[in-house]
Design a protein around this ligand. Structure first.
Ligand code: DAH
Length: 369
């Protein structure tokens, strides 16, 4: 049975030398396959004399067991090697900084938009939308501003003719919305109270200086329910300014004001310190106007199809660009819309910074200034 021992030794040497699973399987077939050397040897057992047969069978079984054992050990080893190689190959180092060639920046207005949505989203508000080109019913009439209302002149409105076959008629023309307040009406028309929405978007007025541009951004807010009061308005907006300016405390005051669509109406100021070179929010003896607000006028509820004897609520309007100027110390609004990449590199935000109340709104560390 010398040749069987040879066979075993040869097989074990081949198995030990196999460097991949395919070769290993070929070795297995050459020994134990249908026509393998060991299989062939087994086939001869029947023709042997009984005493020789027993001895030969013993030897063959031990060769078989040893070869099988070597095969399975080598297989486990090679599989493990293959797995390790794959793990090494597919490793991603998540701690590496983003590639330096990432030049794009998030515009401060987009950043503020995300921050405001993140805050009110956390408060349970939904984002509502409306068209940039609006009819006068939604932009004015339904907001308690009838045709002869002086506020219509105050808004420096851009009018758009929508009937080219008729001479231009200002009373019938469309407008590019002068504020996002019309979305209040569009929301009431399609949603039943309780309503809790913010409506961020572009707005347009014929005006241009360091703090005004013909296109700018606002966020409208609207809350309507049976028991919504002025106290809710104050609490909600107080929590908003604290979250927005990322301060634990911030002095606020409400000054009586007038808006046709709210009664009573107020403007909200926040405490600040103004020096020649600096504006510090949240400290000092100066005040800064931040937004307009009030309790929704019954006529507005009626225009939106909501019964003012059952429901009441509050509304507010904030300038997004103004918020961006205040929070990030950007002095001239016109520069927002000049598309100057040097400006964007200076005032913009890293593209992967994500605004959330828990993870950080402005991610100061990630700011690219
Ligand atoms: N629409 C006003 C504006 O454009 C802003 C505003 C003020 C909206 C008070 C409101 C509000 O909803 O209650 O100046």
């Amino acid at each position: 049975m010398e040749n069987m021992k040879d066979l075993e030794n040869k097989a074990l040497a081949e198995i030990a030398a196999a460097t991949d699973l395919k070769t290993l399987d070929e070795i297995r077939v050459s020994i134990m396959g249908k026509k393998g050397a060991l299989t062939e040897a087994m086939k001869t057992l029947g023709s042997l004399a009984p005493d020789v047969r027993i001895e030969t069978a013993k030897t063959l079984n031990s060769v078989k067991a040893n070869v099988e054992n070597a095969l399975s050990q080598r297989k486990a080893f090679l599989e493990n090697e293959a797995l390790n190689a794959r793990l090494k190959d597919e490793t991603i180092d998540v701690t590496l900084p983003i590639r330096p060639e990432t030049q794009g920046r998030i515009h401060p207005v987009s950043k503020i938009y995300e921050e405001v949505v993140a805050i009110f989203g956390e408060f349970g508000f939904e984002v509502a939308e409306g068209p940039d080109i609006e009819d006068q019913f939604h932009n004015f009439n339904a907001l308690n501003m009838p045709l002869d209302h002086p506020a219509r002149q105050m808004q420096d409105t851009f009018y758009i003719s929508h009937n080219k076959d008729k001479p231009f008629d200002m009373d019938d023309a469309y407008v590019v919305r002068t504020h996002t307040s019309g979305i209040q009406i569009r929301t009431m028309e399609t949603q039943k109270p309780p309503i809790r929405i913010i409506a961020p978007g572009r707005t347009y007025r014929s005006d241009m200086d360091a703090t005004h541009t013909p296109m700018f951004h606002q966020v409208e807010g609207l809350v309507i329910d049976k028991t919504t009061t002025l106290a809710h308005l104050k609490g909600c907006l107080y929590d908003f300014v604290k979250a927005f300016f990322e301060l634990d405390e911030i002095p606020v005051r409400y000054r009586p004001s007038y808006f046709p669509f709210t009664e009573p109406s107020a403007e909200m100021d926040i405490g600040c310190l103004k020096t020649k070179t600096e504006l510090k929010i949240g400290a000092g003896n100066d005040w800064l106007e931040i937004l307009g607000c009030g309790m929704v006028h019954p006529n507005v509820l009626k225009a939106g199809g909501i019964d003012p004897d059952v429901y009441q609520g509050f509304a507010f309007g904030v300038g997004l660009d103004r918020l961006a100027m205040l929070k990030y110390g950007i002095p001239d609004l016109r520069t927002f819309f000049e598309s100057d990449v040097r400006w964007l590199k200076n005032y913009g935000f890293a593209p992967l910074d994500f605004s959330s109340l828990t993870g950080g709104l402005s991610n100061n560390g990630g700011q690219t200034r």
